[in-house]
Design a protein around this ligand. Structure first.
Ligand code: QAP
Ligand code: CO
Length: 168
């Protein structure tokens, strides 16, 4: 397994719209395992392939307390099951150190392929529902900071760019 590098806002590569996965093979399963390792290593609850500069429709999530229940979603599609919105303080491994309140549909149905390439369906609410929507946004080149005010987004951008400059 290998730890992958996570792109950080405002890296323009995070704006790429990912393409559907065509075949679920061993190479893809290796990427999935590396993404899960990368997510655990970074203390994340979700990671989309876009964040590791792979522009395919694939994401991993683990919202379990023990962090031993990784979920894999390939070519995920979601349908809101309610008009009710739920607020969450969202963060993102690509926006380290910043959290903002975002409202999203509280319950969703998800259709996707699993790690074995077989289709499955599930319904989600709570943190899982929020997290799946956040991760699918990544596949469409969207970030949670797109939902906050321009002022807040620009402040976050400036602060992250400063840290990134110091790192080089
Ligand atoms: C998306 O985000 C999410 O700033 C997943 O310093 C987050 O795993 C959906 C993280 C919250 C819903 C609610 C962020 C780790 C992890 C940081 C993450 C950080 C270290 C974020
Ligand atoms: Co994110």
């Amino acid at each position: 397994m290998a730890k992958l590098e996570i792109l950080e806002f405002p890296d323009p590569r995070l704006r790429t719209v990912a393409k559907p996965v065509e075949t679920v093979d061993d190479a893809l399963r290796k990427l999935i395992d590396d993404m899960i390792e990368t997510m655990y290593d970074a203390q994340g609850i979700g990671l989309a392939a876009s964040q590791v500069d792979v522009h395919q429709r694939l994401l991993v999530i683990d919202v379990s307390e023990e962090r031993n229940q990784p979920l894999v979603f390939i070519n995920p599609r979601i349908t809101p099951l309610t008009g009710d919105l739920a607020p969450y303080e969202e963060g993102c491994l690509s926006v380290p150190g910043f959290y903002e309140k975002v409202e999203r549909p509280a319950r969703v149905r998800i259709e996707a392929l699993g790690r074995d390439g077989e289709p499955f369906e599930m319904e989600a609410d709570g943190l899982l529902a929020t997290c799946i929507q956040h991760e699918i946004d990544h596949l469409d080149g969207k970030l949670f900071v797109d939902y906050v005010s321009r002022l807040k987004r620009d402040r976050i951008k400036k602060k992250l760019q400063k840290v990134q400059r110091q790192r080089v």
